[in-house]
Design a protein around this ligand. Structure first.
Ligand code: ADP
Ligand code: ZN
Length: 522
């Protein structure tokens, strides 16, 4: 059945049953079908597979698809065969007969798509067979697996460049990982350094409402968020296993249907939670990031983070599990100074080389910048992924209620000076005591009541100072030092402000809110 001449739109409808392309799909399909080398970055669930499956049908010859996930390959092969497309897979999960049948189809020239597990490339026989099989395109799914820095590194992915050279055909690489470093690694290892046509599309999920809140009695914040969404399916992502259990219990005590999920549970128990979540209405799962891979529920109505996620990429993936059906969905992410302290110390105490650690601090800064954003959150989020957006989205907390800003230069300088005058050896609590002129035992013992900074911050309340310090950490003006119990240390970024060369704006609404909701306790 010759399809080379068929238009992309006709195939989209006839074979895949879709009426229209998703954002970005059309242009990527066209570039791949025309034989360009392509790097496409699309979010998970954005519809990457179509971007190589459809061109495979438009081009003559065989498209080899390399993917690290055997289960996914099987699903795709099954789906394609049901749609009448000649597809097959060569994986270690196959029986000998299955593999032989695929080779036979290929030799008869009947196969259109051949899915290949990367470890197959280590076999010289496979490479030789492919050279005589009439391959016209290589598609690489999860292309970030070629990155040695990444968590999903697959050494066999390094052989793909070799295969491309041997076959002399175009290559299309797909990934959901958007950071620049990974992109560069993909370009150098898969494309031999020659810049492919690069597409970054479809990161906007306009139906998902975005919101962040500083932690201020986090358990109560989660309970009240859930209470306002009673009966609707949601996920609460937690930083620790213990917290998943504690929060699930607290939610049940409030009459919700809720359970916990984490990597320390027996496989059977985890599977039963996944099944309940898929089939029951309105279940809440309190989970660590271990919950996600197997979650394919289209109507998750909300996702909350009880702790700051690991990175913008992780944040995006986790909130992205909500509202896959396109109907409105809501998210809320909590963050606080303890999250910042924890993440910084995880980076500093890790085994990564110094330049890697610097990059990780930079990534954390990007996430904190999103948390402390002054304007539309969606615009900030998409900008991180390199996608442009309008100034306001109308569907985030900052568009709903634009934050009131104030010139915080003076407050920040006072805060920095309190830290510097005490040898950068104390956390925010003690520094705030000094600024407020509180003669606590600790203040008196250290003689901090005789510092020039003692009592110079009485114009702000304790809650307001807490918000200033949190935002200073969020803007990376101060970093908690992991080796000294989170003592706040000034960063280079803060110097121009301290020297009076730069001014800084901070958000005021949150200041008021934090102090309103929890009266200062000493
Ligand atoms: P990923 O980018 O994560 O690989 P998939 O290719 O698995 O995503 O696609 C995610 C889902 O979106 C699939 O269920 C797929 O059938 C669906 N999909 C892909 N393209 C379209 C489209 N143009 N219209 C409607 N649904 C689509
Ligand atoms: Zn917005």
């Amino acid at each position: 059945m010759p399809r080379d001449a068929a238009s992309a739109e006709a195939l989209l409808k006839d074979i895949f049953g879709f009426d229209a392309f998703r954002p970005g799909q059309g242009e990527i399909v066209e570039a791949v079908a025309q034989g360009e080398n392509v790097l496409a970055i699309m979010p998970t669930g954005g519809g990457k597979s179509l971007c190589f499956q459809l061109p495979a049908l438009m081009r003559g010859g065989i498209t080899v698809v390399i993917s690290p996930l055997i289960a996914l390959m099987r699903d795709q092969v099954r789906g394609l065969r049901e749609a009448g497309v000649a597809a097959g897979a060569l994986t270690s999960g196959n029986t000998e007969e299955e593999n032989d049948a695929v080779w036979d189809m290929m030799q008869r020239g009947e196969l259109k798509l051949l899915y290949l597990a990367p470890e197959r490339l280590a076999n010289g026989g496979t490479q030789r067979m492919l050279q005589t099989a009439g391959v016209s395109l290589i598609a690489v799914d999860e292309a970030h697996c070629v990155s040695q820095w990444g968590h999903d590194f697959r050494p066999d992915y390094l052989r793909i460049g070799e295969l491309r050279n041997a076959l002399g055909v175009p290559l299309a690489a797909f990934t959901a990982t958007a950071d620049l470093e990974t992109q560069q690694e993909i370009v150098s290892r898969l494309f031999g350094g020659a810049q492919p046509s690069t597409f970054l599309r479809g990161f906007d999920r306009p139906n998902i409402h975005l919101a962040f809140q500083p932690k201020d009695g986090p358990r109560a914040q989660i309970l009240s968020f859930a209470a306002a969404r009673r009966g609707r399916a949601g996920i609460v992502y937690c930083g620790t296993r213990a917290k998943t259990e504690g929060l699930a219990k607290a939610l049940r005590d409030e009459g919700h249907s809720a359970c916990h999920y984490h990597g320390g549970m027996e496989a059977d128990d985890r599977r039963s939670v996944e099944e309940r979540f898929a089939t029951e209405d309105g279940l809440i799962v309190c989970a660590t990031v271990a919950f996600g891979m197997g979650v394919d529920k289209p109507d998750i109505r909300w996702v909350a983070h009880a702790d700051l996620p690991k990175s913008i990429e992780a944040y995006y993936q986790e909130i992205g599990r909500a509202g896959r059906d396109g109907a409105p969905a809501e998210t809320m992410t909590l963050y606080g100074p303890e999250d910042i302290r924890l993440r910084r110390s995880q980076i500093d105490e890790g085994l990564a080389p110094p330049e890697r650690r610097a990059a990780d601090h930079g990534r954390l800064n990007a996430l904190l910048g999103l948390a402390e954003a002054l304007g539309c959150r969606r615009k900030a989020l998409l900008a991180y992924f390199g996608e442009e957006a309008g100034d306001t989205c109308g569907n985030c907390d900052l568009c709903d209620r634009p934050p009131e800003l104030f010139d915080a230069t003076e407050a920040v300088r006072k805060g920095l000076s309190a830290a510097l005058r005490t040898g950068e050896s104390f956390g925010a609590g003690h520094l705030i005591d000094i600024l407020l002129g509180k003669d606590t035992d600790k203040v008196k013992q250290r003689g901090h009541d005789s510092l020039p900074t003692f009592g110079i911050g009485k114009d702000l309340s304790r809650g307001q100072w807490q918000a200033v310090f949190r935002q200073m950490m969020g803007h990376d003006l101060m970093r908690p030092d992991a080796e000294r119990h989170g003592a706040l240390v000034m960063t280079d970024r803060a110097r121009p402000i301290l020297r009076g060369e730069e001014t800084i704006q901070l958000r005021k609404d949150i200041l008021a809110k934090a102090s309103e909701r929890r009266p200062a306790v000493k």
